[in-house]
Design a protein around this ligand. Structure first.
Ligand code: GDP
Length: 424
């Protein structure tokens, strides 16, 4: 397939990083097209274990060009720190294998500050921000009040723009929140410590991608977070502040004319959710504890315990449709091996009426899960590599999900390592 997107079908943390790491073998270019460093993809390969926040997951493959597209929240500080981490573990980074779009907007030092100030103001009404500045960043991007990465290459112009933005933003910081203003000296330090370091990687990625497309190169688009966190289609306001759906991939990548030949939707064999917001299928107490421990469900960025539950067919079907997925990767099936019976949230009940449709966000708090179960397989499946070697109960579970969500499950992942995969 020429172009493919790998996207999350649920709330994020489905194992997208692991799938991108596996599939990059077949692609020439990997592009992150939205989001910032507020979530993390965990990748385990021959270099070690990594929690990638901004770098595309193709960074570990020789010969693959990785691009941070114009749709991402480009945080120079976090990016530079992450680049150093990855290099320390033996992964070379050069302007040949990492390119930053000159049209990516910069997450500025005050965005993180404002995120924290606003969450503190909201107190118990908070949205569960990771305080990485993502929401204030996107608000400013769409108000045209931030800086494009390419502007770093024009210092005189840059300093004038920064001075204007600083004056404007300090009004909010000091008058609305009563906090200390950000100073020009702090901005200059930030420019020197981080922006200068990433400058060599900034280029016109649009031209590069157009040429690559004309030369028949294969491109993989990588999403951060899942369909249910998409700004327009997710559980608003408990969404992220950008579009995580595959349809946005061409726009956020720098190749608006790109056609997606395949959309690989990543679904976890059970559900997990970080932070606040409605989570209809949520487990509590001992049941939750067991599943969380079995699945190591703690945030890659924050270390926060994730909320967990059974697979949610209603939400997953909605995610598959929203993403227009053509193929599904079902991850972490091995985690369910301890269960006698596999719980499934098959439908929702809203105000006493059963439904297969994912409700409007405001109704989600009233939705109750309608549960069913299937027999468990109760044996270690992490060494299985062929579909026919999976226990019948595990096959039946996969086939049930496939039928219910209406999309072929082409990959079944049974472990975090690159090769722990069954391809159907
Ligand atoms: P992402 O943000 O969608 O990439 O997901 P995360 O990295 O937050 O979460 C996925 C976690 O599950 C990572 O720790 C992976 O190493 C791990 N993982 C992915 N697939 C599997 C699998 O099939 N089995 C097991 N046991 N772990 C997996």
């Amino acid at each position: 397939m020429a172009n493919a997107a790998i996207v999350g079908i649920n709330w994020g943390d489905e194992g997208k990083g692991r799938m991108v790491d596996l599939l990059t073998e077949n692609y020439d270019i990997v592009i992150r097209y939205q989001g910032g460093g507020n979530a993390g993809h965990t990748v385990i390969n021959e270099y070690g274990k990594f929690a990638l926040h901004l770098l595309p997951s193709g960074i570990f493959r020789k010969g693959v060009v990785n691009i941070l597209g114009n749709g991402v929240a480009l945080d120079p500080e976090n990016l530079w720190k992450e680049m150093q981490e990855v290099e320390k573990q033996g992964v070379p980074l050069t302007p040949d294998n990492l390119k930053i779009s000159d049209r990516a907007s910069l997450l500025l030092p005050w965005h993180r500050l404002l995120d924290g100030l606003e969450e503190a103001r909201l107190a118990d009404k908070k949205y569960g921000s990771t305080k990485q500045g993502i929401a204030p960043f996107y608000a400013d991007k769409y108000s045209k009040k931030t800086i494009l990465a390419g502007e770093l290459l024009y210092p005189k112009h840059l300093m004038e723009r920064l001075q204007d933005l600083l004056e404007w933003k300090n009004l909010t910081i000091t008058r609305v929140y009563g906090a200390e203003p950000v100073t020009m000296e702090e901005l200059e330090q930030w420019l020197e410590n981080y922006c200068e370091k990433i400058k060599p990687y900034i280029c016109d990625t649009g031209v590069f991608l157009r040429d690559a497309q004309a030369a028949g190169k294969k491109i993989l688009f990588e999403a951060q977070l899942g369909a249910l966190r998409d700004l327009d289609y997710g559980i608003y306001p408990y969404t992220t502040s950008s579009n995580a759906v595959a349809a946005y991939a061409p726009v956020g990548s720098g190749l608006p004319s790109a056609k997606l030949d395949e959309v690989i939707g990543v679904v976890k064999a059970y559900s997990s959710c970080v932070g606040e917001g409605p989570f209809t299928c949520e487990f509590f107490g001992k049941e939750a504890e067991e599943l969380r421990t079995a699945g190591f469900e703690f945030g890659a960025k924050t270390g926060r315990p994730r909320r967990v539950g059974p697979i949610d067919i209603v939400a997953t079907r909605y995610g598959v449709r929203t993403q227009a997925a053509t193929n599904i990767a079902l991850t972490k099936l091995d985690i369910l091996s301890y269960m006698d019976e596999i719980p499934i949230c098959a439908r929702y009940s809203v105000d006493g009426v059963e439904t297969d449709e994912f409700p409007f966000p405001a109704l989600l708090n009233d939705a109750k899960p309608v549960m069913t179960t299937m027999p468990g397989w109760k044996c270690d499946i992490s060494g299985v590599r062929r579909w026919e070697d999976l226990p019948k109960e595990a096959q039946d579970y996969v086939l049930y999900i496939e039928k219910e969500i209406g999309c072929h499950i082409g990959y079944v992942s049974v472990g975090p390592e690159r090769d722990s995969i069954i391809i159907r």
